[in-house]
Design a protein. Structure first.
Length: 174
């Protein structure tokens, strides 16, 4: 009887380890997607330490710009991923390079026509409150938004995702 208990316990432990493996193994890669929850394994309201563990990536913590607010950078730089961290929690994620895409396949550098083809009537366009010539296309779900910033032309220059009101802060922490 004790041998059966040991075998059953061992089988349970192996199954639990296998079930947990994908969550621990999820790294931030160019295959990670920009979503309403965050970017790949980095989710909103995580601390920098939690984001480092979840992504398996180094993060450069920036200086405080205003009280309890700073901009951090996620490595490798080729992914172009930065954060707005407020009160020690990640509130907004910014993508400024072609390294990452949304679930619908939009990347920095894509044309507005492709953006409109992929998102259609779900996009809401508005001008930037602080930067003349900049258009912001918003894709909304509840209090979460994905922004596509287009300035001085017809191509997406920055994709940001987060919850309101922080995602609407065009100037970040300033």
């Amino acid at each position: 009887m004790p041998a059966r208990i040991v075998v059953a316990s061992l089988a349970t432990a192996v199954l639990a380890a296998l079930a947990a493996a994908p969550a621990q193994g999820a790294r931030l890669t160019s295959a990670s997607r920009i979503t309403f929850a965050g970017v790949g394994p980095i989710h909103f309201n995580m601390t920098v330490a939690q984001a480092r563990r979840a992504s398996g990536r180094r993060m450069d913590v920036g200086p405080e710009v205003t009280r309890d607010c700073r901009h951090d950078e996620v490595f490798p730089r080729r992914l172009g991923l930065g954060t707005l961290t407020f009160e020690r929690r990640i509130r907004v994620l910014y993508v400024s390079e072609r390294g990452l895409a949304t679930r619908r396949g939009i990347r920095v550098g894509d044309r507005v026509s492709r953006l409109r083809d992929r998102y259609g009537a779900a996009l809401h366009e508005r001008p930037s409150a602080i930067s003349p010539g900049t258009r912001i296309f918003e894709f909304r779900r509840g209090n979460r938004e994905i922004h596509f910033d287009v300035f001085g032309g017809n191509r997406v220059r920055v994709i940001s995702t987060g919850a309101r009101p922080e995602v609407d802060f065009s100037e970040g922490c300033a």
